[in-house]
Write a protein that binds this ligand. Structure first.
Ligand SMILES: [Zn+2]
Length: 395
């Protein structure tokens, strides 16, 4: 394609709202606006990526370092919109809200009889643990929701030292909302002092660590009172037992036990769906130098940046046009800088846009049937005969 047809506008300065260096270069090179909208050159780049994405090992082909799991592909970036947990030993990685961690059950302990105790002003786990002088791990935390699909009242129990992941709950039973005061009362629960013991028509779900944690303190469903020594299975029957808790940095990997580390990341793909805008940003982030983008061949909008330097005797312009047409016919993806600009301006823009190969048609070389070829990532030019150019580029 021709430079002027794509209406490429490069910019000397980085936008002042640049989140990352990669974004700044995409804006400066005319791939996108500072408002994050794709320009024709950017659309061309995305089309090129879409073609390569049909190949196996897509991310390997476009030379992008990724963090991968069976369903999602991440790119680590301090500006990323997602928080992920990763195990550096076995490679496990997942979004924080669905990540799994290894849970440590209590040491075996015989189940003791339930005992009702007065616990004034202990409607939070914090206050309860303080009042009874016990660790939070010895308490059961209650959460109450209503399932949207059928209006069923849902009662969740997780251990008091853990947070529940709403995402895991939704993945398990569908969309939910917090239960209303009326719904809580109707079930027989008392907010702040709730437990699943003796509830009417509740879908009881426990986190998988709860059955392995005997003698937890839970609410008595009576304001100001709790029950010591409640045991899942003995005192109430959960309908579902599943992993519902939020893993966090520092937890143990559920596969190998190594410590999980937290990172910011962007999702590049999930379930065979690619997020090409994010992939382009990630590419710009990993493939640039101080002059501009340095995209690998399989990820560049064009393989060749073709330009000409005006001659004194020869018509380099029409020769360049001729080479352009020949390359097009040969199936080489080429961007022809057809502007009447000084050579220096074109060289700068070629570096900024970052096509892997620059071909310059100049009078002196042309007199010997040669053109100048420069790899974007190399410093030196080489002269190459026109015949060799075509066989070289078709490779
Ligand atoms: Zn691991």
């Amino acid at each position: 394609m021709k430079y002027t047809d794509l209406k490429i506008q490069t910019q000397r300065e980085a936008p002042n709202n640049a989140r990352t260096e990669g974004f700044a270069f995409l804006v400066r090179a005319g791939y996108m606006t500072r408002e994050n909208e794709l320009l024709p050159l950017g659309k061309q780049a995305i089309e090129a990526l879409e073609r390569v994405s049909k190949e196996i090992s897509f991310f390997f082909h476009i030379e992008l370092p990724i963090i991968d799991n069976s369903s999602e592909t991440f790119f680590e970036s301090p500006a990323g919109s997602q928080e992920i947990l990763q195990c550096e030993k076995c490679g496990y990685a997942a979004r924080k809200e669905v990540a799994k961690a290894k849970k440590t059950p209590f040491s075996q302990e015989t189940q003791l009889p339930i005992q009702k105790v007065e616990t004034p002003e202990s409607s939070t786990i914090e206050a309860l643990a303080n009042f009874l002088n016990i660790p939070k791990e010895k308490t059961a935390k209650a959460l109450m929701y209503t399932r949207i699909a059928d209006g069923r009242f849902v009662f969740i129990v997780v251990r008091g030292d853990m947070q529940m992941s709403e995402t895991k709950l939704k993945d398990l039973i569908g969309e939910i909302r917090l239960a209303t005061v009326e719904e809580v009362l109707k079930s027989g629960a008392v907010a702040g002092y709730a437990s699943p013991i003796g509830l009417k028509d509740a879908l009881i779900i426990v986190d998988d660590l709860v059955p392995q944690s005997p003698n937890l303190v839970a609410g008595a469903n009576e304001a100001g009172f709790h029950l010591l020594n409640t045991n899942s299975g003995r005192d109430y029957a959960p309908e579902i037992t599943a992993d519902l808790t939020l893993a966090k940095e520092g937890d143990a990997c559920f596969i190998c036990g190594e410590t999980l580390t937290g990172h910011r990341a962007e999702i590049l793909a999930s379930e065979n769906r690619f997020y090409f805008d994010e992939i382009l940003l990630a590419l710009a982030e990993t493939h640039h130098d101080e002059k501009g983008l340095t995209l690998p061949k399989s990820a560049a909008p064009f393989t060749v940046y073709l330009m000409q330097v005006p001659g004194k005797q020869m018509d380099t312009r029409s020769k360049a046009e001729e080479i352009y047409n020949q390359l097009q016919r040969a199936g080489v993806s080429v961007l022809f800088d057809d502007r009447d600009e000084r050579a220096g301006v074109k060289f700068n823009d070629a570096d900024l846009i970052g096509c892997p190969i620059r071909v310059t048609v100049g009078e002196k070389a042309l007199q010997n049937g040669m053109v100048e070829l420069k790899q974007r990532k190399e410093k030196e030019n080489q002269l190459i005969s026109l015949d060799d150019l075509f066989s070289h580029l078709k490779k």
